[in-house]
Design a binder for this molecule. Structure first.
Ligand SMILES: [Zn+2]
Length: 98
């Protein structure tokens, strides 16, 4: 019973943290970064994953937010989108559709 509740709380935390990150235009970078960090730690501890539209806004290396035009540099080059983290310089590449 207690375990079930803990998981439920974790899911609630994940959805709250997710909405902070998704509303990055309305929140301070410091708040977004701390939400990103908490989201990763809650996810690890409870096995609750955020949705992919949220996780792609978090750098897997420095565990900070990856916000277009703020903390991420985005380039489109020969059918690929290149996103680089401005803080640890990690580069993510994804294929453009169509
Ligand atoms: Zn990074």
């Amino acid at each position: 019973m207690a375990i079930k509740n803990r998981r439920k709380n974790a899911q609630k935390a994940v959805s709250q943290l997710s909405s902070i990150i998704l509303n990055y235009n309305n929140n301070d970078l410091e708040i977004i970064d701390s939400a990103a960090r908490q989201l990763i730690s809650v996810g690890k501890r409870h096995g609750v994953r955020a949705q992919s539209n949220v996780t792609k806004l978090i750098c897997r290396d420095c565990k900070k937010s990856l916000i277009p035009a703020k903390t991420a540099r985005i380039r489109i080059k020969s059918g690929h989108i290149t996103t680089s983290c401005t803080r640890c310089n990690r580069v993510y590449r994804s294929r453009l559709r169509g």
